[in-house]
Design a protein around this ligand. Structure first.
Ligand SMILES: [Zn+2]
Length: 155
């Protein structure tokens, strides 16, 4: 396994893992993630969210990653210096869950669904040094974040 060599790469890998799980359960395009330091904004985001645009383009902006549901609200994830990939993955997963649960498009959707408790979500957490989705009942269920597609294929 190759080790990401910059803070930016760490967050990029963390975002990929979380979005892989979102795509698996909710389909492509359910969540947008914007790295404000790169600000590779899709034109539709610029058109629909002047507040976000001003946040990202203002001088001295804080390094923050924005997570949002298309045409809905955004939440920011504070960016730590030299985070571990696992810590960054938990932070991104937490923000993605927050925007999803508060969105009109995915209101009250349990993401990701707990295999043991239908209708309730799993929560992002560190478990033995790995970012996992866990059940509220404890660590009996601990699915590494980014592996939901693999779980589905093997079960
Ligand atoms: Zn559960």
């Amino acid at each position: 396994m190759s080790k990401p060599d910059s803070t930016c790469d760490v967050y990029r890998s963390a975002i990929d893992r979380v979005l892989s799980d979102v795509r698996c359960e909710l389909g492509a395009g359910a969540v947008l993630v914007i790295d404000s330091e790169d600000a590779h904004l899709p034109p539709e985001v610029l058109a629909h969210d002047p507040w976000l645009l001003s946040e990202i383009t203002s001088p001295g902006r804080s390094p923050t990653i924005y997570v949002g549901v298309p045409d809905e609200g955004w939440t920011g994830v504070g960016r730590a210096e030299w985070p571990s990939l696992e810590d960054a993955t938990v932070a991104i997963a937490d923000a993605v869950q927050e925007v999803l649960v508060e969105s009109r498009a995915h209101w009250a959707v349990a993401f990701p669904a707990c295999p043991a408790h239908p209708g309730t979500p799993l929560w992002p957490k560190m478990h033995d040094g790995t970012a996992v989705w866990t059940c509220v009942d404890g660590a009996a269920i601990a699915i590494p974040i980014g592996s939901l597609g693999a779980e589905a294929r093997t079960s």
